[in-house]
Design a protein around this ligand. Sequence first.
Ligand code: URA
Length: 440
Amino acid sequence: MTGTGAGAAGAARAVEPFDAVDVIVAKRDGRRLSDPQIDWVVDAYTRGVVADEQMSALAMAILLNGMSRSEIARWTAAMIASGERLDFSGLGRPTADKHSTGGVGDKITLPLAPLVAVFGVAVPQLSGRGLGHTGGTLDKLESIPGWRAALTNEEMLAQLGGVGAVICAAGSGLAPADRKLYALRDVTGTVEAIPLIASSIMSKKIAEGTGALVLDVKVGTGAFMHDEARARELAETMVALGTDAGVTTVALLTDMNTPLGLTAGNALEVRESLEVLAGGGPADVVELTVALAREMLAAAGRPDADPAAALADGRAMDSWRAMIRAQGGDPEAPLPVARHTEEIRAAATGVLAEVDAMAVGVAAWRLGAGRARKEDPVQAGAGVELFAKPGQRVTAGQVLARLHTDTPDRFARATEALAETFVVRDEAPAPRPLVLGRIA
Ligand code: URA
């Protein structure tokens, strides 16, 4: 029918090599998608040719039927190809980055980035804001007066060349296909698909151009992955993707049944990070910071560096101050404090057996530390401060937690979230390791 009016209008549009429905049906029926199909569907979705409802159906088919390793690798490559790639080769020093799959009280990036930079390894840490019960690194740093998350690529490179560490917002140019797809997954019940999580995280990290990458894959009630087998599968998938892309990639599986450290909330977590940078801080935060720093340094060719010494002797703190100042922040300025507090006390005497990470995350979120929609503001001072960790002896009436918020009508729902959280028993619980496994 060429030459008709309809044909002429059609000829103005590019002819698409595939039909979205055929791609959806192939995955629905459990078939492997071909490389050209994957390249096309990711690109066509980014261009708006594949509709949201079609990509939703495909994402659900992927969640239900999975993808082979080679399909995941191709999908990741297609997401990388949707945007720009950064290049740090001109820096003249190795680069290493860390990614955490997200947990409650997970402030490790804050002390870790400046700590690793002490040893001449540049840390380009592109981070996000929190959504739901896990806090975002940028939200935490934004509680520091003057600090600014948005840097141009040139500013980021200059800071990496000078200070050596940068924590900033990922620009919209990196893997734009992921940005669009992640927002869609969030509202279609398809976030949990391992092929989609792995390709989402790794497309951004590979496009960012880091030479080495350490993944902190969380397992437990406060994490994406509640069981260890699935967390291991995710970690193995991401390590394979990174390695195949030429990025030295290692993953640690770490416990997220209990919050990390004693704080969950933006300024509260900055305060605790400062304790770690000053050579103190909670033992679990120090342990994980040092373990991840060792992995990053080894992966970047500095296996003999001693990160624990750099925390103890003030070098990491100096590096932190330089990093904060370079982004307009005042490292000496007092941190914001919430206007109202309320305490939760132990109901019985005994040993604290459990402090559920998810419940603490939800409480901090309800107090105003997190957001329900991505455009919501967060309260810098809001959150939960803990005074005991599992295994510690407590007496009835002792303060176990302090809740912080600027809006006291939030206390009731936060307290409700914590109703079953502080479990006191006669016997101490079996100690649980923080680092559960390593995948390289
Ligand atoms: N973080 C990401 O960047 N993507 C996911 O899919 C999940 C967590």
